[in-house]
Design a protein around this ligand. Structure first.
Ligand SMILES: Nc1ncnc2c1ncn2[C@@H]1O[C@H](COP(=O)(O)OP(=O)(O)OP(=O)(O)O)[C@@H](O)[C@H]1O
Length: 178
């Protein structure tokens, strides 16, 4: 494991971006590219590889309760995991006291966007209403992901994921509680 100055403190193959690359990708953290805000800080849509790759860039807010420990822990853990249902951590930047994480971009919104979408309301993220059967499949896949995380992918990673877009037979699952 190299030192922080030496680059990859995570001890993994996660890519270390320069701050200049992150600034280029986010048009210098332009609010027009802001796509969300979480416990870590602001999340921007970004463009890597001269615009060819769309990514989500999380920039730690100085006031965030999550700090350096969580930042390095996220890098160490996520950069070693690959699963079709887990967002991929592409890289990070720690230049100039910044703590920035770069993820693959999820164009279809979050699970919450889909679970809580209410019919008839404005649908800015173009989410589709999920049937009860699809919601059940989401629960099963979430349980598989948790198992994968706890068992480092040894057992269930090889299983094909359940297709949550299977919208067969909604009626028989209508009485299921959420
Ligand atoms: N990989 C991504 N692709 C697209 N949008 C994303 C991505 N990651 C985050 N977002 C957007 O940014 C918002 C905030 O995400 P973030 O993960 O920081 O917050 P969170 O889910 O509340 O997690 P926490 O507060 O526990 O860090 C999300 O609701 C989503 O709209």
């Amino acid at each position: 494991m190299s030192t922080r100055d030496g680059g990859n403190q995570s001890g993994t193959h996660c890519h270390r971006y320069s701050l200049a690359e992150i600034q280029w990708a986010t048009h210098n953290f332009d609010d027009a590219l802001l796509i969300g805000k979480g416990g870590f800080g602001k999340v921007y849509k970004g463009f890597m590889n001269y615009g060819a790759t769309v990514v989500a860039i999380k920039r730690l807010n100085a006031e965030s309760k999550q700090g350096a420990e969580e930042f390095w822990s996220e890098i160490k853990t996520l950069s070693m995991l690959r699963h079709p249902h887990l967002v991929t951590l592409i890289g990070y930047s720690d230049e100039c006291e910044e703590m920035i994480l770069v993820y693959e971009y999820m164009a279809n919104g979050t699970l919450a966007d889909h679970l809580y979408k209410i019919r008839g309301k404005e649908n800015t993220k173009n989410t589709q209403h999920l049937t009860w059967k699809q919601r059940l499949h989401v629960c099963i896949n979430a349980a598989r992901e948790l198992d994968y995380l706890h068992n480092t992918g040894q057992v269930l990673c090889a299983r094909p994921p359940v297709d949550i877009r299977d919208d067969a037979d909604e009626e028989e699952h209508r009485s299921l509680p959420l």
